[in-house]
Design a protein. Structure first.
Length: 252
């Protein structure tokens, strides 16, 4: 396994940035980090967190492999197996710690999510069989709540990397998952509270939305058919997105 030369890495990033004709500030804004962090990379003081490797490579129009090797590779260049193994090992050990996932921890949230999903499926089915209004909105929001609920209850990182504590970052990267919340700086002080709030909000959405729709659709069907989707959207935004700001800023 080879070690990344911070000076060489910084010089490579600086050269690529200048090729693109963008400033450190512009690059930092696109990555949702401070320009001081970019400056530290380019001067060889530190390396970017692993969560930023893919977006950084995309912005600089290079592959992650080229970024780790600190050089452009010819299009027809085929890496030898041992070289590929070195790069993979470097990428794996690059992080300062292996992320602990929600499923690694004994938590009642996974059980609560399963219960919420069951209630949601039953409720949505009852809405469908009784031909209730606002089905399209209900199904969309139920699906969103189920997908994001699964991530935050079962797969989310329980602790952020030290990069988030050392820099002002308002975007969270985790594989294909992205969460950008302007005005809220993610760190290990507010992250547990944000995760807990999102878990509760998303599970409650799965439980309550089908119940609300079937009750309102049965009592005031005509009115609910006209305003139901707007009420659902307002409830979803206020119940899921607003708490992120409140809890995130309070515990920042």
């Amino acid at each position: 396994m080879f070690n990344i030369d911070k000076k060489k890495f910084g010089a490579f990033v600086a050269a690529l940035r200048k090729e693109k004709g963008i400033t450190q500030k512009e690059l930092s804004e696109q990555l949702c980090i401070s320009d001081k962090a970019v400056s530290k990379w380019e001067t060889g003081v530190s390396l970017p967190d692993t969560v930023l490797l893919i977006p950084l490579a995309n912005l600089l129009d290079v592959s992650v492999t080229e970024l780790l090797m600190c050089e452009r590779l010819p299009n027809d260049d085929v890496l030898k197996p041992d070289k590929v193994e070195d790069i993979v090992k470097t990428a794996i050990t690059y992080a300062d710690e292996s992320p602990e996932r929600a499923y690694h921890v004994k938590s009642k949230w996974i059980v609560f999510y399963g219960f919420s999903l069951l209630i949601c499926c039953i409720g949505t089915f009852l809405n469908y069989t009784t031909a209730q209004p606002c089905m399209e909105t209900l199904e969309t929001l139920a699906l969103l709540s189920a997908v994001f609920g699964a991530y935050f209850c079962c797969f989310v990182r329980t602790k952020l990397s030290s990069f988030y504590d050392e820099n002002s970052v308002n975007i969270f990267y985790d594989g294909p998952f992205r969460m950008n919340v302007p005005g809220v700086k993610f760190n290990n002080r507010n992250w547990p509270h944000i995760v807990r709030t999102l878990r509760l909000s998303l599970c409650l959405c799965m439980i309550l939305f089908p119940i609300i729709n079937i009750v309102a659709g049965s009592i005031v069907a005509d009115v609910w058919e006209n305003i139901g989707k707007y009420v659902f959207l307002a409830m979803f935004l206020c119940g899921v997105l607003l708490p992120i700001y409140v809890v995130g800023k309070k515990c920042e």
